[in-house]
Write a protein that binds this ligand. Structure first.
Ligand SMILES: *Cc1c(COP(=O)(O)O)cnc(C)c1O
Length: 377
């Protein structure tokens, strides 16, 4: 976490819960995904907010995240999507009652070996139906079933696979292929006596592909208020989610740039006329990307103000001319400049910031969320 700055990240847990509720009732069982510090929203705080919301299972990535979640006081089921990567992780599955995804024969052998002394372990079997990252290939099912038969202490209770293109309207056919392959896997498992909770859908899968809802869905980005279909023909399917993260930084200095003057390193921006500029105390050291140089906007007092010149390590210059004129509200050192969210018509959506940054809201949340953070109910 970053602690050397004056950036403030404000998380609305009420909005996060409102987003979760949108899925409850539509999808049979929701597994909120809170890996990577809940996409920058705070693992423990988000888990606590979800308590009492009818959520039985939370998903994280690495087993050490699962341990941190258990230590935070979460007593429900924890799914570690990446499974154990070393002996410390393996032991933790028993010690902290963690359901781990097992994605290859090595992982299976490791937990089977530990099960000999530690006893029964419920596991999630992860299948690769097309993403080509992690998981058993469907063709490897016979060997997998043999390994399970040889290690009855390992009890598959869940099976998962991950969609590569659920958010792309022109890839519906590929989603259907993955779903069909996965259904075949589930059927084979069932015939071998393994009745598992099956899940395939992430946010986009649950929203756009009713056939992918299965027994449970793994809900990530939509819970954090970003539309997975932004910029596509399906954009309206993801509209109306509530923004959960807002980020601001202080104005440090306000002054006038005369016509023809450059600003910031390299003078990559030169004024065509006199301009009022504000220097805001945030930069790439605060995970506010340098790729926003001459491209991004901030929101000051409800007005969109463009970034002028290069984003620096701890400072960014914005054009506040429109705020400083006769009609404007004025700008002074100490005022807040919003990088994300903020008041009024200038409010900045995560999808917009991600566009200027040339990335996706996932990365915006993970990176900006490392700054000093507070949570409101
Ligand atoms: C991160 C993740 C999700 C959540 O995806 P979103 O697109 O954020 O909803 C679901 N499943 C797996 C395996 C993941 O790694």
């Amino acid at each position: 976490m970053i602690d050397y700055n004056k950036v403030r990240v404000e998380i609305s847990l009420a909005n996060l819960l409102a987003n979760v509720r949108r899925f409850q009732g539509v999808c049979p069982t929701i597994i909120p995904v809170i890996k990577s510090d809940a996409y920058g929203h705070g693992l423990a705080e988000v888990a606590r907010a979800l308590q009492g919301e009818g959520i039985a299972t939370l998903a994280v990535g690495f087993v050490n995240e699962a341990v941190a979640l258990r230590r935070s006081g979460w007593v429900g089921r924890i799914l570690a999507l990446l499974g154990p990567v070393d002996d410390e992780d393996t032991v933790a599955l028993w010690e902290h009652d963690i359901l781990a995804a097992i994605a290859n024969a090595d992982q299976l052998a490791r937990v089977a070996e530990a099960a000999r002394t530690r006893g029964r372990l419920a596991v999630c079997l992860k299948f690769d139906t097309g993403m080509r990252r992690l998981g058993f290939r469907p063709e490897a099912l016979p060997q997998l079933l043999d390994a399970l038969a040889a290690n009855p202490a390992l009890v598959p209770v869940m099976a998962s696979t991950h969609l590569a293109s659920a958010d792309m309207p022109d890839r519906e056919a590929q989603v259907a292929v993955q779903a069909a392959r996965f259904q075949d896997v589930i059927d084979v498992l069932a015939r071998a006596g393994h009745r598992v909770e099956a899940n395939i859908a992430n946010s986009a899968g649950g929203m756009a592909h009713a056939g992918c809802r299965m027994d449970s869905m793994r809900l990530g980005i939509a819970m954090y208020g970003a539309n997975p279909f932004y910029g596509t023909a399906w954009e309206e399917k993801g509209e109306g989610l509530a923004q959960t993260m807002q980020v601001s930084a202080p104005v440090l200095h306000v002054h006038t740039l005369a016509r023809g003057e450059g600003v910031s390193y390299g003078w990559t921006y030169v004024t065509g006329r006199d301009r009022e500029v504000a220097v805001v105390g945030v930069g790439y050291a605060d995970n506010y990307s340098r790729s926003l140089s001459n491209r991004g906007f901030m929101n000051i007092k409800g007005h969109r103000v463009p970034i002028l010149g290069r984003v620096c390590m701890q400072m960014t210059v914005v054009d506040v001319s429109r705020l400083v004129g006769e009609e404007g509200p004025g700008v002074r050192p100490g005022d807040r400049a919003w990088l994300l969210g903020g008041p009024g018509p200038g409010t900045i959506a995560p999808e917009e910031l991600a566009d200027w940054w040339d990335t996706i809201p996932y990365e915006v949340f993970c990176l900006l969320g490392m700054n000093p953070r507070s949570h409101a109910a």
